[in-house]
Design a protein around this ligand. Structure first.
Ligand code: NDP
Ligand code: MG
Length: 389
C-alpha cells in the first residue's frame, strides 16, 4: 500500500531531501501535498514532478501564477491544509510559522515527522495534550532526537530506566574560538558549517549553540526527561547523533554519517525501517570519535535555553521568538554575531511569567517577545549605525 506524504516547507533543505527520500522509495511513498512560502522556481519543478493534490503557498502572487499553470491542483494560502488526506505529515517549515502544521496534524490524529522544532518548543504545553489524540504521534526528524528515539527503543520502561540523555553537538564553525575572536565574525563565516548543509536560520543557530539549546528543550518536550538529566557533549565529527545512558550504566548510541535523509526516512517509515540506506558508516575508514565539553561562556545561548526550559510556561516561546528576530537581524547585517545572545538574554529578562493555556496565548507570547526583541535590535543597530542595513 502506498503511504501518502504531505510536505510543508518543501522548498527548503529538509523539504528537498524529503523529496529525494520519497523518490528513492520506488512508489512506496507518494506526495499528496506541498507547502512553501514563496520560492516559485523550486515549487514549479516540484509540482511538475510530484503532481500533488494540494499546494499551500504563502505568497499570494506566486500562488496565483502557479494556479494558472497547474489548473488541476488545489491551491490554498493555509499551510495547515496540507494535512487532509495524508498518512504522514513532514513539517519542514522553518521557525514559528510551522505551528499550524504541527497542531493540525496532531488534531487529526496523524503521524507528524517533525523537523520544525520551533513549534514544539514554543507551544509545548499546547502540543502535549494533542499527542494523546487517537492515532497522533510525533516521530522526530531532528537528527539528535531521531537518534534518541532509536536508542530509547532498547527500553521497555524509559521513565524508570533512563538515567540521562546525551545530545551531541558538532560545535559549529566557531568551536574553539574565544569571545574576542568572535567579536567581528561575518555572516559568511557563521554560515560555513563544518559537517551539515542546512537552511540559514538553523546554520546560524548552530554557530551560536542556540540550536543545541533549542534541542535540549525539544528533547525535554519529546521524551519527558528532566533538564538535570539532559546533557550536551561536543562531538565534532557528527557521527554519533545522540546517546541514552540507562540506570545500569549502559550507554546506547546511534551512529551514521551526517546525512539528514536517514532521519527523514526513519520518521516517514516508522515503525518499519526504510529499505534504502543513507549515510551508513564505512567502519574500515572511521578513525576516531572525539568528545569535549561545550564552552558555555563563549556560547551563552546554550544556558539561556536551559534557563527558559526550566522556567517553562511561555519562556521557551519567548526565547525562540527573540532568537528568530535576532538571527534575521544578524543575517541582514544589523547586529553582530555576539549580539544575538544579547538580544535573546535581554528579551528573556523581560519575560512576564505568562503561562500557556491555548493557541491564542502562544500567539500572544510570540508577538510580545518579538516586539521586545525588535526594540532591542533597533537599539543595537542605532548604536552601530546599521539601522538601514
Ligand atoms: P530552510 O530555510 O532551508 O527551508 C525552510 C522552508 O520553510 C522553505 O520551504 C520555506 O519556503 C518554508 N517556509 C518559510 N516560511 C514559511 C511560512 N510562513 N509558511 C510556510 N512555509 C514557510 O530550512 P531547513 O530545511 O534548514 O529547516 C527547516 C526546519 O527543520 C527548521 O525548523 C530546522 O530547525 C529543522 N531542521 C533542519 C535541519 C537541516 O538539516 N536543514 C536539521 C534538523 C532540523 P520558501 O523556500 O518558499 O521560503
Ligand atoms: Mg539537530
Amino acid at each position: 500500500m502506498t503511504v501518502k506524504v504531505a510536505l510543508a516547507g518543501s522548498t527548503g533543505s529538509i523539504g528537498r531531501q524529503t523529496l529525494e527520500v520519497v523518490a528513492a522509495s520506488h512508489g512506496r511513498y507518494e506526495i499528496t501535498a506541498l507547502a512553501a512560502s514563496s520560492n516559485e522556481a523550486v515549487l514549479r519543478e516540484q509540482l511538475a514532478e510530484h503532481r500533488p493534490d494540494v499546494v499551500a503557498v504563502v505568497d499570494a502572487s506566486v500562488r496565483k501564477r502557479l494556479a494558472a499553470d497547474f489548473p488541476t491542483v488545489k491551491f490554498t494560502d493555509d499551510v495547515a491544509d496540507v494535512v487532509d488526506g495524508a498518512d504522514v505529515v513532514v513539517n519542514a517549515v522553518v521557525g514559528f510559522a510551522g505551528l499550524p502544521v504541527t497542531l493540525e496534524t496532531l488534531r487529526q490524529g496523524k503521524r507528524l515527522a517533525l523537523a520544525n522544532k520551533e513549534s514544539l518548543i514554543a507551544a509545548g504545553p499546547i502540543v502535549q495534550p494533542l499527542r494523546s489524540t487517537k492515532g497522533a504521534m510525533i516521530v522526530p526528524v531532528d537528527s539528535e532526537h531521531c537518534a534518541l528515539h532509536q536508542c530509547l527503543r532498547s527500553s521497555d520502561d524509559a521513565k524508570r530506566e533512563v538515567a540521562s540523555l546525551q545530545l551531541t553537538a558538532s560545535g559549529g564553525p566557531f568551536r574553539g574560538k574565544t569571545r574576542d575572536d568572535l567579536s567581528r565574525v561575518n555572516v559568511a563565516e557563521a554560515l560555513a558549517h563544518p559537517t551539515w548543509s542546512m537552511g540559514p536560520k538553523i546554520t546560524v543557530d548552530s554557530s551560536t549553540l542556540m540550536n543545541k539549546g533549542l534541542e535540549v528543550i525539544e528533547a525535554h518536550e519529546l521524551f519527558g526527561i528532566g533538564y538535570d538529566h539532559i546533557q550536551v557533549v561536543v562531538h565534532p565529527q557528527s557521527i554519533i547523533h545522540s546517546m541514552v545512558t540507562f540506570t545500569d550504566g549502559a550507554t546506547i548510541a546511534q551512529l551514521s554519517m551526517p546525512d539528514m535523509r536517514l532521519p527523514i526516512a526513519y520518521a516517514i517509515a516508522w515503525p518499519e525501517r526504510f529499505d534504502v540506506s543513507f549515510g551508513a558508516v564505512d567502519w574500515t575508514n572511521l578513525r576516531r570519535l572525539d568528545f569535549e565539553a561545550p564552552d558555555r561562556t563563549t556560547f551563552r545561548c546554550l544556558d539561556l535555553a536551559y534557563a527558559a526550559g526550566r522556567t517553562g510556561g511561555s519562556a521557551p516561546a519567548w526565547l525562540s521568538a527573540a532568537n528568530e528576530v535576532a538571527v534575521d537581524a544578524f543575517l541582514a547585517g544589523r547586529i553582530s554575531w555576539l549580539q544575538i545572545a544579547e538580544v535573546n538574554d535581554a528579551t528573556l529578562q523581560q519575560h512576564d511569567g505568562a503561562t500557556l493555556s491555548n493557541v491564542d496565548d502562544v500567539l500572544a507570547a510570540d508577538a510580545r517577545a518579538r516586539h521586545l526583541a525588535h526594540g532591542i535590535v533597533q537599539n543595537f543597530a542605532h548604536a552601530a549605525g546599521t539601522v538601514g542595513a
